[in-house]
Design a binder for this molecule. Structure first.
Ligand code: SF4
Length: 401
């Protein structure tokens, strides 16, 4: 890692927390029933029903970071899964087909599968394949794509009705009922963690920014996999205190911040620090990104089911390109962004399609220049070192004027 980079003290807590998270779920029978869920699943309901969760997407990111994704993706490809499919899906399916060669022996076997297409259509087929392979019941939550701003009432009611169905479905398959107290507590803890996460990210408006994108990509894990738990709140309180300390001392995430950048799309997990050090060495800090920003929306608890329907229907990539461009213009203005770097991620079509148009529109509205890097979040076969380095260097030269 570059010496120009300041490491977070709280990263030790993160390592302990995530190690414990996976370890407790590996102990057979310790956390049952167990559901495999997508990142946009309404987890607060499951917590309120005493159902533990694990996230194959998070496991995919770990495989990507450990450069363990490709051999497992190849296992899936040999069984007929297309190499054009999302690499989270391919490497996770590979870990199910060949657990002996998967880190940690793969994820613990689930009792239930819960997927929502609020992030993409891929998860429907991915989870159907898992349901078939493992002979486990699957619940699909359909959250219609938002072409227009503002959620139509009929969509809200449609999604809310499915959430009621989810509760009945879990009861049917596990015998567990929704415990109102646990559910309310999960919502309150989830909102507290989301609020802390939002506040931490907002602190990056400071100059220099106290965090850089790799910090955000690493510390986002609890907001994805531990929403609704005390552990997530405890972790983000500590992280916020550390970040506030940096701001009050005028300490940046990188030693000499000269340019402030915005990152769009999922991280390139296997090159996290190596890629970002190319920017860090030139004094370029990613002060904001759209990916970790996606977990910044609280749930309105006046009517929790409607509140969950609203929040989970309007996740970032379930919205139109226009809505995404508007959000990014807002981030550019509030965070004082000098340049945009978009990862055109071969795996994640819903995130990557339309990026050229969005970049053009933001450029037109703000005058901020942009760069598109073509790669993949987990599949190292789709990363070309030299062309990427050259493009980054040309972009940094442009910023230097
Ligand atoms: S296609 Fe994109 S949104 Fe869907 S699972 Fe893969 S990375 Fe996530």
């Amino acid at each position: 890692m570059s010496r120009r980079y300041r490491k977070l003290e709280t990263s030790k807590d993160l390592t302990h927390l995530m190690t414990r998270y996976y370890a407790t779920r590996k102990v057979v029978g310790k956390v049952r029933p167990l559901a495999w869920v997508t990142s946009g699943a309404p987890v607060e309901i499951l917590v309120g029903m005493g159902v533990a969760t694990v996230y194959p997407e998070n496991y995919g990111a770990l495989l990507g970071a450990q450069q363990a994704a490709v051999p497992l993706a190849q296992v899936a490809e040999e069984q007929g899964f297309s190499p054009d499919l999302c690499s989270y899906a391919r490497c996770h399916v590979g870990s199910v087909l060949d657990p002996r060669n998967a880190p940690q022996g793969g994820l613990p076997r689930p009792d239930l599968l819960v997927a929502s297409n609020n992030i993409c259509g891929t998860v429907i087929k991915w989870y159907q394949a898992l349901a078939q392979q493992l002979n486990v019941p699957l619940f699909l939550l359909d959250a219609p794509y938002q072409h227009e701003p503002g959620l139509a009432d009929h969509t809200l009611q449609y999604v809310a009705a499915q959430l009621e169905d989810l509760i009945a479905w879990v009861t049917r398959h596990t015998g567990r009922r929704l415990n109102q107290h646990k559910f309310e507590q999960a919502l309150q803890l989830s909102n507290e963690a989301v609020t802390l996460w939002r506040e931490i990210r907002e602190l990056c408006q400071a100059r220099p920014s106290p965090l850089n994108a790799p910090d955000l990509f690493l510390t986002m894990a609890p907001i994805v996999v531990l929403r609704g738990s005390k552990d997530a709140v405890t972790f983000y309180r500590k992280l916020k205190a550390e970040v506030e300390g940096r701001v009050s001392r005028g300490e940046g995430a990188i030693m000499e911040e000269r340019y402030r950048l915005l990152w769009d799309n999922i991280a390139i997990w296997y090159r996290l620090f190596r890629l970002f050090s190319l920017f860090t060495d030139a004094g370029a800090c990613f002060v904001v990104d759209t990916y970790t920003n996606a977990w910044s929306v609280s749930v309105d608890t006046d009517d929790p089911i409607l509140g969950l329907a609203q929040t989970y229907s309007t996740v970032y990539i379930n919205q139109s390109l226009q809505a995404r461009a508007d959000q990014m213009v807002d981030l550019v203005e509030r965070f004082g962004v000098d340049g945009l770097v978009f990862h055109s991620n071969r795996s994640c079509k819903p995130y990557s399609l339309g990026q050229y148009e969005v970049l053009e529109e933001i450029g037109r509205r703000t005058g901020v220049p942009g760069l598109i890097l073509e790669a993949d979040m987990c599949d190292t076969r789709l990363y070309a070192d030299e062309p990427i380095k050259n493009r980054i260097q040309a972009f940094l030269d442009l910023l230097a004027g």
